[in-house]
Design a protein around this ligand. Structure first.
Ligand code: GLP
Length: 249
C-alpha cells in the first residue's frame, strides 16, 4: 500500500486527478470505478478543469459507481445518480450509455445486484477504482462485519453511517435505511485502487488502516491490505494520527 500525503483537501483533488488523468492517457477506454461522498468532490472538480483546459476526453471511458441508496429516484437530489451528474458527468464528454450506477428503484433489488455484477464482468472489470472511507472503515457501503467475499449486495446502513450522511438530507429520518453496494470482493477485483481521505474526522479510520494493519471484517477497509495495487492519498489532518510515514509506504 503506497501512501501519498498532501497538504489539504484541494491538493487531494489535484493529486488524485493527476493520477486518473495519467491513467486515462494510456487507456482511453478504461473502466473507472467511481465514488460519491464529499471526499472525491475536489477530484471531480479537477478532472472537469483538466477536461476544459486540456481536452482530456471521456468519450470511450466506461464508469461503474460503487453504490446507490435503495428507494431514491435518479432525480432525487440525494441519490448518487444525481450527485454524479451534478459533480462530474454533466461537465465532461462521457456518453450516457457508458455510465453505470446501481438502480436503487429496481423492481427486484436482488436481481439488480446480480445484473450489476454481470455488467461489471461484461465490461472486463474495473481498471481504476476510486474509494472514500467511512469513519467506521466502510468502503462503498460495506459496513463493519461484511464478508470479504461479497459481490454486489443490499446492505442495511448502520446508524453511524446514516448520521454521517444525514447532513445531505433534511434530517436523519429521511436518510434511506438500505443501499445497493459493490461488495468487498468486487472492490478487490479492481486492477488498481485509489483510496482518498481528507480531514480530522477521518484520522481514526486512517490510523486504524495504516498503524494497525490488522486485516479484519470489523474494519472493511483493511481488506485493501490484500490488494497489490492500492494508493492512499490523504491530507495532513487525515494522517494526523498515523505514527510514521516511512512505515506506511
Ligand atoms: C458514504 C459512501 C461512501 C463514502 C463514504 C465517505 O457512505 N457510500 O462511498 O466513501 O460515505 O463519505 P465522505 O467522503 O462524505 O466522508
Amino acid at each position: 500500500m503506497k501512501v501519498i500525503q498532501v497538504d489539504d483537501y484541494n491538493d487531494l483533488g489535484k493529486k488524485a486527478a493527476e493520477i486518473i488523468i495519467q491513467y486515462i492517457k494510456g487507456h482511453a477506454n478504461a473502466v473507472l470505478g467511481l465514488a460519491t461522498g464529499s471526499t472525491p468532490k475536489t477530484t471531480y472538480k479537477e478532472l472537469i478543469r483538466d477536461h476544459n483546459e486540456n481536452g482530456t476526453s471521456y468519450r470511450h471511458i466506461r464508469t461503474v459507481n460503487l453504490d446507490e441508496y435503495v428507494g431514491l429516484d435518479q432525480n432525487d437530489p440525494n441519490s448518487y445518480h444525481y450527485f454524479m451528474k451534478k459533480e462530474f458527468f454533466d461537465f465532461v464528454d462521457i456518453p450516457e450509455n457508458n455510465i453505470h450506477i446501481p438502480n436503487g428503484m429496481a423492481e427486484n433489488i436482488y436481481d439488480e445486484c446480480k445484473d450489476y455484477d454481470r455488467l461489471i464482468e461484461g465490461l472486463g472489470g474495473v481498471d481504476l477504482q476510486l474509494l472514500g472511507i467511512g469513519r467506521n472503515g466502510h468502503i462503498g457501503f460495506n459496513e463493519p462485519g461484511t464478508s470479504f467475499d461479497t459481490m454486489t449486495h443490499i446492505v442495511d446502513l448502520t446508524m453511524d453511517t446514516r448520521k454521517a450522511n444525514a447532513r445531505f438530507f433534511n434530517g436523519l429520518d429521511e436518510v434511506p435505511t438500505q443501499a445497493i453496494t459493490m461488495g468487498i470482493k468486487n472492490i478487490l477485483m479492481s486492477k488498481s485502487i485509489l483510496l482518498l481521505a481528507s480531514g480530522r474526522q477521518k484520522a481514526e479510520a486512517m490510523a486504524h488502516l495504516l498503524n494497525e494493519k490488522e486485516v479484519t471484517s470489523a474494519f472493511p477497509a483493511s481488506a485493501l491490505h490484500h490488494h497489490q495495487n492500492v494508493t492512499v492519498i490523504a491530507d495532513k489532518e487525515a494522517l494526523s494520527l498515523v505514527y510514521s510515514l516511512e512505515r506506511r509506504a
